[in-house]
Design a protein around this ligand. Structure first.
Ligand SMILES: [Zn+2]
Length: 223
């Protein structure tokens, strides 16, 4: 691996990561990218055209965008740095796991591959970060991650939390206050018929969470 800093601009890198996250089930639409990054659809279209010219994105007018192999490599490279930095901040610097994302967003663009690989070695080459998100390997593979949503569980069923699909400090802090963190076991106690609330038991305590939040809590079924 060569020792290099960013190969695309910070803004372009953020687009590549957004498209990677949004294009699991088909192209990422311009509107979805705009909503995720907080830009107008018009400015997103402009950037997609430039990324397409640079060979990083396949941009299909009115349908959206997918990553080329080169774009995917760059997205995974940034994600690897981001998640290693978050792991470092939590495990070594004492940050709360709900307060690291913004700093990691800045640092991921600033360090070299050499720095990232030294960090990985220092941390023992972790496969997942403290959010439970998989850390792509240096050669671009994404480790398997349990992905069953809490929202889909029947009454009485239980989930071991692997991952929380949010980078929002307020949401993560709220879930943490309920004991909902990677590693916790949650049992569904009651589902309100046609309702929005899910009553759950977490490590001996009961809590109610919205269906929307429950959809972000992912893990594996507990027998
Ligand atoms: Zn993050």
């Amino acid at each position: 691996m060569t020792d290099r800093g960013p190969t695309v601009s910070d803004a372009a890198g953020d687009y590549l990561k957004a498209i990677w996250a949004l294009s699991r089930d088909g192209p990422a639409t311009t509107n979805a990218i705009a909503a995720r990054l907080g830009f107008s659809p018009a400015s997103v279209s402009g950037m997609l055209a430039r990324l397409s010219e640079a060979g990083l994105v396949r941009h299909v007018r009115y349908r959206g965008a997918t990553l080329t192999d080169a774009g995917r490599r760059e997205a995974l490279r940034l994600m690897r740095r981001h998640r290693l930095v978050e792991t470092f901040m939590i495990e070594r610097l004492g940050y709360g796991w709900d307060e690291v994302h913004d700093e990691a967003e800045a640092i991921e663009h600033a360090v070299s591959d050499r720095f990232a690989e030294r960090l990985a070695t220092l941390l023992g080459d972790p496969s997942h970060d403290p959010h439970g998100d998989p850390i792509p390997t240096a050669d671009g593979r994404v480790p398997d991650t349990p992905d069953l949503p809490l929202a889909g569980l029947a009454t009485g069923a239980a989930l071991r939390v692997a991952r929380l699909l949010s980078q929002d400090a307020e949401i993560l802090g709220h879930l943490a206050s309920l004991g909902i963190e990677p590693g916790a076991t949650i049992r569904v106690v009651r589902r309100e018929p046609a309702g929005e609330l899910l009553h759950v038991e977490v490590e001996g305590r009961t809590a109610a969470i919205s269906r929307d939040l429950a959809a972000r809590v992912r893990g594996s079924a507990v027998p």
